[in-house]
Design a protein around this ligand. Structure first.
Ligand SMILES: Nc1ncnc2c1ncn2[C@@H]1O[C@H](COP(=O)(O)OP(=O)(O)OP(=O)(O)O)[C@@H](O)[C@H]1O
Ligand SMILES: [Mg+2]
Length: 290
């Protein structure tokens, strides 16, 4: 039995010297459900796209996929067509608002683990083709640690954990991080606190998780930022239009924009350290900050 996560990682990150871009794969997840992962993934993707980066948003929630519903862009084909080997990766990529590329999840496909080896190989090979195609691939996963979510997390270079200030959401976020850690996965996590009343509440929530993670599992979990609780989010959902389009100046979108700027700034300093994809990256960053 092949290790699917390893195969995915290998294929997604294998250095293709001919490709112009270095693709970074980021997974967005949470312990508790309904904390705002899909809305964050979509609008974070839009914010990166609006800053001149190309993004592919991948709805990796196989049971309850809904990114296409949030965008109001019905998907002709979805992940299930790929998993069944009926379509290639290029055929299931759809174009959403602002040119954001996305792969819809489709519903009713239970578990990646149940795929036959042959199907898995096709899936991993097809995902591998995305290397160099875009700057960022964002996997929006379902809540909690299903087997497939674990695989997406381990295949990515970094995982953004979304939580709200509610104690149940905090406990579940920590439980997810701890479980991944105890399974031996060295995954860099960063935190986004959604639905905060103010920055102070965001900072308290983040500190809470950071301190526990540092004390009990000895890992640091940096904070990427906070998003205010804002009725514009549910209004945008009802309109089936991304927040970034429906309410670009809303408080929640401003929070997501700050997160995108910070994310890109830290990418830049990482790129300086590792010289990863440096020249094109630096050019875009210069444009962005000038
Ligand atoms: N910043 C916010 N302010 C106010 N409401 C929000 C905010 N973020 C999300 N919501 C509300 O939470 C609902 C759930 O959001 P979303 O579908 O993005 O969560 P999710 O974590 O992806 O859920 P699931 O675990 O089911 O995939 C939204 O429809 C919206 O009403
Ligand atoms: Mg979701």
């Amino acid at each position: 039995m092949i290790d699917q996560a390893q195969a995915l990682r290998h294929l997604v990150h294998s250095k293709d010297l001919l490709s112009a871009k270095t693709t970074k794969v980021v997974t967005v997840t949470s312990g508790k459900g309904g904390v705002g992962k899909s809305n964050f993934s979509l609008n974070f993707g839009m914010a990166l796209q609006n800053r001149g980066y190309s993004v592919l948003l991948f709805d990796a929630d196989i049971s309850f996929a809904n990114i296409d519903v949030l965008m109001g862009t019905p998907a002709k084909y979805n992940l299930i067509h790929l998993l069944k080997g009926e379509k290639s990766i290029w055929e299931i990529i759809q174009i959403g608002p602002s040119g954001l590329q996305f792969i819809a999840g489709g519903s009713g496909f239970q578990d990646l683990v149940r795929l036959r080896e042959q199907e898995l190989e096709y899936f991993a090979e097809q995902i591998g083709k995305l290397h160099g195609h875009v700057d960022f691939i964002l996997f929006d996963t379902g809540a909690g640690l299903s087997k497939e979510t674990t695989k997406f997390i381990t295949a990515a270079e970094e995982t953004i954990v979304v939580t709200t200030p509610e104690p149940t959401s905090i406990t579940d976020a920590y439980a997810l991080i701890k479980m991944m850690h105890s399974m031996g996965h060295q995954v860099p996590f960063r935190l986004v606190v959604n639905r905060v009343a103010d920055d102070r509440e965001g900072a308290q929530t983040a500190d809470n998780i950071r301190q526990v993670a540092s004390k009990y599992i000895g890992i640091d979990i940096p904070v990427l930022g906070f998003i205010p609780d804002d009725v514009s989010v549910s209004k945008a959902v009802r309109r089936q239009t991304p927040l970034s389009v429906a309410f670009p100046n809303s408080e929640a979108m401003q929070g997501i924009d700050r997160i995108a700027s910070r994310f890109l700034m830290e990418e830049r300093s990482q790129a300086q350290k590792t010289t990863r994809g440096l020249s094109g990256f630096m050019q875009r960053m210069k444009k962005l900050w000038s």
